[in-house]
Design a protein around this ligand. Structure first.
Ligand SMILES: [Zn+2]
Length: 384
C-alpha cells in the first residue's frame, strides 16, 4: 500500500513535469514558428518582385569592359564615374567619399567610396554594401600570378546586384519606412595572401575602415539611426551556396536565409549553412555596433573555384545566382521595411525571456510540489 502511494506520487510528479515541459515548448515553439513562417506567408505575395538578373549581369559585363578596377588605373576612374551615373538615375542623393592610401615608401593612391541614398528623409537606415575595386594579382592561379583578376564575381557581382536593387527599390520607395543606402566600397581587395599583396603594403578592407571613421559626415546621429549592414561579396558565381559568416548577426542571418528559402532558394540559403570567419567589409560596421551580415560563399573549399584567378570572369557567372540574391534582398526589404508592416527581423522573443520562462517553470514546479505534499498527502514526503 505504501509503495503504491509512492508510485502514485511519482506519477503525479512526472505528469506535472510533462505539462510544464510542454508549456515551455509550445510558448517557445509557437513564437519562432509564427516569426519564421505564418506571419511571413500572410504578407508574402502582397507585392511583386521586380529584380531583373539580366540587368545585373549586364552591369558585371560593363565593369569588366572598363578593365581592371585597381586604384591608380584609368579603368578604376572610369568605373567610378559609371557607378555614380548609374545610381544618380535611381537614388535621391549621391555622395562620394574621397580618401587616399599611402603606405610607407609607396606612392599615394586616390580612392573613392560611393554612396547613393533612397528616402534620405527617413529616420532608420539600412545599408547595402559591395566592394567595387578588383584585385591586382591572381595569387591563387598556378601561373602568371602577378596578373590582375577580371573580378566578375569578386567585386563585379555585388556591384551589379546593388545597382539593379537600387533601381527596383527606387520604384517602391514611397512604400518604405526606411532609408536604403547603396554603398560601393573601394580598396577592399588589395591585401596580402599567399605571399602577394594586391598593392604593396595594403591591408584588405581599407575602404570600409576609412568610411566608418568618417560616417558621421554622411548622416545626422541625433535624428537618424542604423538598422543593419548587408554586405554582398561573390554573389554571382555558379552553384551559389551562402555560408554563415561567424560574425554575422544571428537574427539577421536567419531572417534573410528564411526569406531566400520562402522563395524556393533552398540550396543557396541552406538551413545548416557552413560557418566560416571571413575578413570582409562588414567588420568595420560591426565594430561601430551595427548588426551585420556578409552574404558570401565558401571561396576556399566550395564549388566555385575561381577565386583570385584570371578565371573569375563572365563565363563563371550564373544569372540565376544574381536573381537568387537580388530577389531575396528585394523581398527582405519589402517584407520588413514596408510602411505599416509589423514584421521585425529581430527575434522578438529574446533569449532572456526563454531563460526566464524556463526558470519560472522550474519554480512553479517546486511550488506545486510543496502544495501537493501538504494538501494531498499531509505528513508524507513526496520523494522517499
Ligand atoms: Zn577578393
Amino acid at each position: 500500500m505504501g509503495k503504491d502511494f509512492a508510485n502514485l506520487k511519482m506519477f503525479v510528479l512526472i505528469f506535472i513535469l510533462i505539462i510544464l515541459g510542454n508549456l515551455n515548448y509550445h510558448i517557445i515553439g509557437a513564437s519562432s514558428f509564427e516569426k519564421n513562417d505564418i506571419s511571413h506567408l500572410l504578407s508574402f505575395n502582397s507585392f511583386d518582385l521586380e529584380f531583373n538578373e539580366t540587368n545585373a549581369y549586364d552591369h558585371i559585363s560593363t565593369q569588366l569592359g572598363f578593365g581592371f578596377r585597381v586604384p591608380g588605373n584609368s579603368a578604376h576612374t572610369n568605373c567610378s564615374n559609371w557607378i555614380i551615373s548609374q545610381i544618380q538615375s535611381t537614388t535621391s542623393l549621391v555622395s562620394t567619399h574621397e580618401f587616399t592610401i599611402q603606405k610607407e615608401g609607396e606612392p599615394s593612391y586616390n580612392c573613392q567610396n560611393i554612396l547613393g541614398k533612397i528616402n534620405p528623409d527617413r529616420e532608420n537606415i539600412v545599408i547595402f554594401g559591395a566592394h567595387w575595386d578588383s584585385r591586382n594579382v591572381s595569387e591563387k592561379a598556378l601561373t602568371n600570378r602577378e596578373k590582375p583578376i577580371p573580378g566578375a564575381n569578386d567585386g563585379g557581382s555585388g556591384v551589379g546586384v546593388l545597382i539593379e536593387l537600387a533601381r527596383v527599390l527606387s520604384l517602391y520607395q514611397s512604400n518604405l519606412d526606411s532609408q536604403i543606402w547603396f554603398l560601393f566600397i573601394d580598396a577592399e581587395d588589395q591585401g596580402y595572401t599567399q605571399g602577394m599583396y594586391g598593392i604593396q603594403g595594403w591591408d584588405y578592407c581599407e575602404g570600409s575602415r576609412v568610411f566608418v571613421e568618417d560616417i558621421d559626415d554622411f548622416y545626422d546621429s541625433s535624428s537618424e539611426s542604423f538598422e543593419c549592414f548587408i554586405l554582398l561579396d561573390m554573389v554571382g558565381g555558379t552553384n551559389l551556396e551562402f555560408i554563415k559568416e561567424s560574425r554575422s548577426d544571428d537574427d539577421l542571418h536567419e531572417s534573410i536565409f528564411n526569406e531566400g528559402r520562402a522563395l524556393g532558394y533552398n540550396q543557396s540559403f541552406p538551413g545548416e549553412a557552413k560557418t566560416m570567419a571571413i575578413k570582409d567589409d562588414h567588420l568595420a560596421f560591426m565594430n561601430i555596433g551595427m548588426p551585420v551580415i556578409d552574404l558570401i560563399i565558401d571561396f576556399i573549399y566550395g564549388e566555385w573555384t575561381y577565386h583570385h584567378t584570371i578565371s573569375d570572369d563572365l563565363s563563371n557567372i550564373d544569372s540565376e545566382s544574381l536573381k537568387i540574391t537580388g530577389r531575396t534582398l528585394e523581398s527582405f526589404i519589402k517584407n520588413y521595411y514596408s510602411i505599416g508592416t509589423e514584421q521585425n527581423w529581430r527575434d522578438e522573443f529574446p533569449k532572456w525571456l526563454y531563460i526566464s520562462l524556463f526558470v519560472g517553470s522550474g519554480l512553479l514546479l517546486v511550488i506545486v510540489g510543496i502544495v501537493l505534499k501538504k494538501r494531498i498527502w499531509p505528513g508524507n514526503s513526496i520523494l522517499k
